[in-house]
Design a protein around this ligand. Sequence first.
Ligand SMILES: C[S@@+](CC[C@H](N)C(=O)[O-])C[C@H]1O[C@@H](n2cnc3c(N)ncnc32)[C@H](O)[C@@H]1O
Length: 392
Amino acid sequence: VPELSIVGLIGGECFGAAAAAALQEADVVIGASRHLAALGPDVGGERVELGGAADALHAAAQRAGDGARVCLVVSGDPGFFGLARLAAARLGSAVRVHPAPSSVSVAFARLSCAWDDAVVVSAHGRPMGHALEAVCVHSKVAVLTGPDQPPEALGRALLAEGGPPRRVAVCSQLGEAGETVWLGDIAGLSQGAFDPLSVVVFQAPEPAQAGMGITWGRPESEFQHRRGMVTKAEVRAVALGKLGIPAAGVLWDVGAGSGSLAIEAARLAPGLRVFAVESDPLDAARLRSNVGDAGVTVVEGRAPEALRNLPDPDRAFVGGGGLTVLDAALARLRPGGRVAATYASLQRAAGAAERLGHLVQVAVSRGARVGPDSGWRLNAENPVFVCWGPDE
Ligand SMILES: C[S@@+](CC[C@H](N)C(=O)[O-])C[C@H]1O[C@@H](n2cnc3c(N)ncnc32)[C@H](O)[C@@H]1O
C-alpha cells in the first residue's frame, strides 16, 4: 500500500526531523493555500491547493496510488480535530502522522495556563450547540472556531442563552507573525470582529478574582424577606453543603423567597448559572433587589410551569412548592446532578427522603445573653428537615 504523510504545521513550521524529511522528500504537497504559502521554497515538488479535507485526502490517495510520495499539510496535530481520523478510516496504517503542537496547546501556553482539565470542542464546520453547552457547563473550555461560526457568533449565541460569567481569550494566527490574543468577556466577544480561525478559551472566574471571600450561611438580616420566608443561616449552610456547589453548570433555586440560597451559591461559584424561581410578585421584587450584582437570573412564575424554559440543572434546591416541584426538578436533573430540599413538615420530608435517599434534621438553638451578668440561654428554632440526593 503506498504511503501518505500528514504533516502538522503551526506558524508554518513542522515538528521534528521525520516531519521535515517527509516534506523535503515529497513529490507532491497538498493542502490549504495558507499552509502551502508558509512552506519554504525548497520544500516538496509539486504543490496542489486543496482546502477541503475529503477532497485533499482523495487527491492524496490517488497520487500516492500512482506511486508519488505525497505529503498532506494541515494545522497543528492532525490527530486532534484533524485529518488523521478520516485518513485512518480510509487508508489504515498506510498513513504516517507527524504532529506539530495543537493550536489548543499553543493557545493555553499563551495564557500561561495548564489545560489537562480543559474540555475542548470544535465549532469548525459544524453546529455550535455542543460548544455552547460545554461553555455553560464546564469551567475551562476551548472552542475551535471556523468561518461558519466565528468567535463573535459564539459570543452572540452565549449572550442569547443568558451568558454565563466567563473570562474569554480569543487566540488567532497562533505561531504566525500576525498572532493576537484578545482578552475580555462574553459581551465583548459578541461585539468583536475576530479571525474566524481561532481558538476561543472560556474560563469561569475564580471567587478571589471576583473580589469575594468564601463565606456562606450569612445572617438572614442580610437579605430582605417577608417575615420568616428566608432559609435560616445555619440551615442554608447545611443545604449548600449537601448540594455541593460546582464551579460551573446550572443551579435552580425553586421557591426562592428572598433568594438567599441562590445568591450564596452564585457568590461561592461565580461561574455557575443560577436561576431563582419565585411566584409571588412582591417576593420576586424583593428577590431582584437582593440579587444586586450577584449574577442570579430571577424567574417570576409558578413552578413547575416556570421551569419549562430553563436549561436542565446540575443542582436544584427546592425551598418551596412541595413534592410536585421536587419531582419536576428530579425529572430534569442532568447526569451526576443533585437536589436538596428543606421542609418543616415531617410528611413532606419523608416523601422527599423516599425520592432522594437522605434526610437530616437540623435543630438550631441560638445562644442569647439573658442579661448583662446572667450568662447565656438557648433560643430554639423550629427544626427543619434537609433532604438531598440522589447518590451518584
Ligand atoms: C480542523 S481544526 C484543526 C485543529 C488542529 N488539528 C490542531 O491541532 O490545532 C481547525 C481549527 O484549528 C484552529 N487553529 C488551527 N491553527 C490555528 C492557529 N494558527 N491559530 C489559531 N487557531 C488555529 C482554528 O480553530 C481552526 O478553525
